[in-house]
Design a protein around this ligand. Sequence first.
Ligand code: NAD
Length: 322
Amino acid sequence: MKIAVFGTKPYDREYLNRANQQYAFQLDYFKVRLNEETRELARGHDAVCVFVNDILNQPVLETMADAGVRLIALRCAGFNNVDLSLADKLGIKVARVPAYSPEAVAEYTLALILTLNRKTHKAWNRIREGNFSLNGLLGFNMTGKTAGVVGLGRIGLATAKLLQGFDMNVIAYDPFPDEVAIKAAGIKTVPLHELYHHADIITLHCPLTDSTFHMIDAEALESMKPGAMLINTSRGALIDTQAAIRSLKAEHLGYLGIDVYEQEGDLFFEDLSEQIIQDDIIQRLQSFPNVLITGHQGFFTREALTAIAETTLTNIHEFAET
Ligand code: NAD
């Protein structure tokens, strides 16, 4: 099998090469993302290996079919960037990595919560300047407070369990609850408006769909406790960012921690060491001392990268065997 790997970062190459030791596929790495401009690079390959920001629309898929590409191997869980029905019509199979490491994202969610609460990022910056003052660094005990988990799937459940480890009262909302898992974890499910009303920390773990787009709008923010903390490690467009900015400005929303951003597009996937990216809304968010933004790194652990690489190549191997 000859595989064209698009949007390659140095870590993709490292982990895929290691996982490929048992298969010895020909992996041709391209730094560019797969889209209409770069699609010709796929010629001469049996499969393309892509990530969330490669675009597999009609022109690209038609070129794939013409070039003899028979498999799209996604090295991620989401597949909203692939026209699945057209791929099916063209006889191109699509494989993905459904669950590489819920713990990686759950643990990162806790990192955002703890950092925002105890302000270790600010303390570190101060101490580098020789300033050991505690001014403005006051936090709160999480023990005994209420955490609201929106979406109790793989990552939501793993996050809920970590929050329980802090002796928090964990409540959750999920329209399609896995009753057995929820009961086993001892989590109370509540209607969404109740969750907003009672939670001191709200963390989002549901997918981005038509019905969850901007689910955190002005009204949802208004119904949250004054001073509540909102965390999003799922998809940026779950939050109406302008409404969140207004709520921060009105000092109603107490803290905002986001690993994903509404307009993230290419932004969070570029290598910032090569390019400084200016974004007005990000700059606006950064002007609030109680906001923490990171660049979609929740998944970024050694274990998750190993699982992504191994599952991607197992998918390709299984395809080759059929
Ligand atoms: P999952 O499919 O296991 O769980 C999603 C849960 O959300 C399901 O239980 C589903 O019933 C629930 N849900 C659906 N609609 C809902 C709604 N309207 N309100 C509340 N809950 C709803 O998915 P997962 O693996 O736990 O991933 C969750 C999210 O994390 C995904 O959106 C994914 O994009 C994101 N993610 C982020 C990173 C990162 O690096 N930051 C990495 C991986 C995944």
